[in-house]
Ligand binder design. Structure first.
Ligand SMILES: Cc1cc2nc3c(=O)[nH]c(=O)nc-3n(C[C@H](O)[C@H](O)[C@H](O)COP(=O)(O)OP(=O)(O)OC[C@H]3O[C@@H](n4cnc5c(N)ncnc54)[C@H](O)[C@@H]3O)c2cc1C
Length: 461
């Protein structure tokens, strides 16, 4: 291990890397680290510590997620040689159904090649007996094991810095590593542990969300949901986004907002548009789903690296509300590139890894603006009417020319960076069409209200 004049530290042949967390970020880092080491003729050892067993159903094997893998991520993974097998993909999502208080419309994806996949992170909901379910996280971790990673099904409980390495403590064992990679998601205790070795590390701020999985059976899922993700823009307090995602014989409900609680969930489940999606008489409120209240990033971490240690995935910077697995891929790959092309010192991470985090952080700032506008629309029946009419009219156009529909698709699925979505909102044709729809909508509602006011009152009443 060498520290050169520029105060950088680099990996040597035979170096050992300890990865805490075998979710997507930990697996992506390990996958790329093995590839890069091979390319550079280095032999490295990677130990991945993961408490969950992804072959299990329910919480013991699940990393709590809506389970949408965006089309851009599927394409990037395929280019990297990670081709998701059919047993993992529960449904290819080909359209989304937009539900507003004023109506419902089905919007096809931008092109047939742009379909997204719904997956289970573990081996399915608690009590699932479906034997064909295969875990997304388990598949990625297996890939790393095949490349040579040792998997320890152990919880890391402490980290200690030494002059020439970092110790990980798991159970009664202490192992020393040249580099530690923190891919621990949003686990608050483990994140706090990192402050021992990176004193200026500030973990991400999070909020509580909700996920539940309902068993409906294959026929009901196909008949009522097909290959469509159902998205709800309803004016319900506390909810920024609600979606029902078909997954084989299950439907996954995802609610994002601010500190989702039972009252907010009940208001969503009792709303007309949601009830209308299910067979008559089926009341979700009376069913007992596999459910959880996982945390989600609303800000990114600060200073998630130091000498010989780097945090990736949700533990560093994610994508606001969407495509967190895509962000785990971006940060996992960027950290591996930094380690092999620059080094493992704080200065190396600041130089080569920080710009990637900063990019995500800027994109999330734009994402916040987009969600702010979307909340405004959600609260206004008038704006929702305008949006609904625009989307309806667009369905008569060719797929590639449906600007508003494709903006909504990318916002709901997380397929494009928020910056890209924002730039597309500046399209003059879209602005002109939107302005025209707002104007005509305003005129229509003014005329309607005038007509109502002029209606003669019944003299006998
Ligand atoms: C409601 C909701 C819906 C979402 N929907 C989507 C979606 O549809 N698509 C999408 O792309 N993203 C979605 N996300 C985001 C996505 O789940 C995360 O961004 C993604 O899981 C981050 O991956 P990660 O590897 O960083 O962390 P995680 O997936 O959380 O993995 C961290 C791993 O570290 C392990 N670990 C933690 N501490 C220790 C320890 N001390 N010792 C050993 N192991 C440890 C954990 O067991 C876990 O397996 C959603 C998130 C939420 C909350």
């Amino acid at each position: 291990m060498q520290k050169d004049k520029k105060n950088t530290i680099s990996l040597h042949d035979g170096a050992k890397i300890g990865v805490i967390g075998g979710g997507p970020a930990g697996s992506f880092f390990s996958f790329f680290a093995f590839n890069l080491a091979k390319r550079m003729g280095l032999t490295i050892g990677i130990d991945i510590y993961e408490i969950k067993d992804f072959t299990k159903t329910g919480p013991a094997g699940c990393n709590h997620c809506g389970g949408i893998v965006s089309e851009s991520l599927i394409q990037m993974l395929t280019n990297e040689g990670i081709v998701l097998p059919q047993q993992i993909i529960r449904r290819g999502i080909e359209s989304y159904t937009l539900h507003l208080e004023i109506g419902t419309t089905v919007i096809d994806n931008i092109s047939p090649e742009h379909s997204i996949a719904s997956i289970f992170r573990g081996s399915g909901p608690l009590g699932s007996t479906v034997t064909t379910l295969q875990s997304f996280d388990g598949y990625l971790l297996d890939l790393c094991e095949k490349k040579g990673a040792r998997i320890f099904r152990e919880k890391v409980t402490d980290i200690e810095r030494e002059p020439d390495g970092i110790n990980l403590i798991a159970g009664n064992t202490r192992r020393k590593y040249d580099l530690i990679v923190g891919a621990v998601g949003l686990n608050p205790k483990t994140l706090k542990m990192f402050q021992k070795v990176i004193p200026d590390f500030i973990p991400p701020v999070t909020t509580k969300t909700y996920i539940s999985e309902y068993y409906l059976g294959s026929e009901t899922v196909t008949r009522h949901f097909g290959n469509s993700m159902h998205v709800f823009l309803l004016n319900l307090p506390g909810i920024k986004f609600g979606a029902l995602i078909p997954k084989g014989v299950y439907i996954t409900l995802v609610l994002l907002g601010t500190e989702i609680n039972k009252e907010i969930i009940d208001s969503f489940l009792s709303s007309e548009p949601v009830i209308a999606c299910f067979p008559e008489g089926m009341e979700l409120k009376n069913m007992t789903p596999c459910q959880c209240f996982p945390s989600i990033n609303i800000t990114n971490a600060r200073n998630p690296y130091g000498d010989r240690v780097v945090l990736i995935g949700d533990s560093s910077s994610s994508k606001l509300f969407k495509n967190g697995i895509g962000a785990a891929y971006i940060t996992g790959k960027a950290a591996a590139n930094t380690v092999f092309s620059d080094g493992i010192g704080k200065a190396n991470f600041r130089k080569s890894f920080q710009p990637v985090l900063s990019n995500l952080n800027v994109d999330n700032a734009i994402g916040k603006l987009i969600f702010w506008v979307s909340t405004l629309i959600q609260k206004s029946l008038f704006l929702k009417g305008v949006l609904f009419n625009m989307v309806l009219k667009e369905q008569a156009k060719e797929r590639g020319k449906r600007e508003m529909s494709s903006l909504l698709w990318d916002t709901f699925t997380g397929s494009a960076p928020y910056k890209n979505i924002f730039i597309r909102t500046l399209n003059p044709i879209l602005i002109a069409t939107l302005s025209w729809n707002i104007f005509t909508g305003f005129v229509k509602s003014a005329l309607a209200s005038r007509k109502r006011n002029n209606k003669p009152t019944n003299p006998q009443a």
